[in-house]
Design a protein around this ligand. Sequence first.
Ligand SMILES: [Zn+2]
Length: 263
Amino acid sequence: MQLPLGFILAIIIAYLAYRAHSLSQGGAIAATIVGTVVFGFGGLEWAILLLIFFITSSALSRLFKKRKQGLDEKFSKGHERDAGQVFGNGGLATAFVVVHALYPESTIGWVGFAAALAAVNADTWATELGVLNPTPPRMITDLGKRVEKGTSGGVSLFGTLASLTGAAVIALPAAWFADNWSLLPLISLAGLAGSLFDSLLGATAQAMYYCPTDQKETEKHPLHTCGTETTHIRGWKWLDNDWVNFACSAAGAVVALAGLFIF
Ligand SMILES: [Zn+2]
C-alpha cells in the first residue's frame, strides 16, 4: 500500500518541481523513482528528510540567483536539475533505504541515509551561500592561495558554516525521529566531512575544462555557455560533477557509520 502511495506523492512533487523549473524532464523522472523508493520502502520520516534536502536546496538556488550572476558559468549546470544530478545527490541515500528494507532492525539504513543526505545538503548550502562570503575563497589544498569565487575546491569561513548548518538541518530531524540525540553531532559532522571531501575532489581529481574564448576554467564539457568547445585541463575525465556529488554523499555515510561503530 505504501509503495503506490509513495509513487503518487512522488509524481505530484516531481511534476510541481518540473513546472517550477527546479527539475528537467529527466530529472523529474529520476526524482519520481527516488521519491517512490524512499517513501515506499522507508516511510514518512524518510520522505521528510528527502524533502528538506530538495526544498531547501532548490530554494537557496533561487534565492541567491541574482547575487551570483556572472558566477553561474563556473557551475556546469543551471538551476534545473537533470537525472544525473538527482541520482548523483540522492542515489546513495536511496540505496540506504533499500538496506533498511532488507534489514529493518539495523540502524545502518537510517544513519547511512541521513548522513548521505546531510552531506549533499551541506555541499549545496556551501555552494549556494558560500559565494556570499565577503572575501574570495581559499583553495582547500593550499589555504594560502586565494581563488576566484565559484572555483571548484575553493573554501571559505562562510561556506564552511553554511555547510555545517546544511548538515544540521538534516541531522536534527534524523536524531529526533530516531530518538537518539547523539545522531545530531554525528550526522552534522559527517555531512560537513562529506562536503569538504567534495571540495577536495574539486581541487584535485574532478574533471576540469578550459574555455579559450573566455579564458576561464569551467566544469562544462563539451561546450561552454558561450558555445565554444572546452578542452580538458586536469582531473579524471569520468569524474564529473554528478560523480563528485555521489562521492560527497558516500564520504558522509562512511564517516557517520564509522562514528556509529567507534563510539
Ligand atoms: Zn566560453
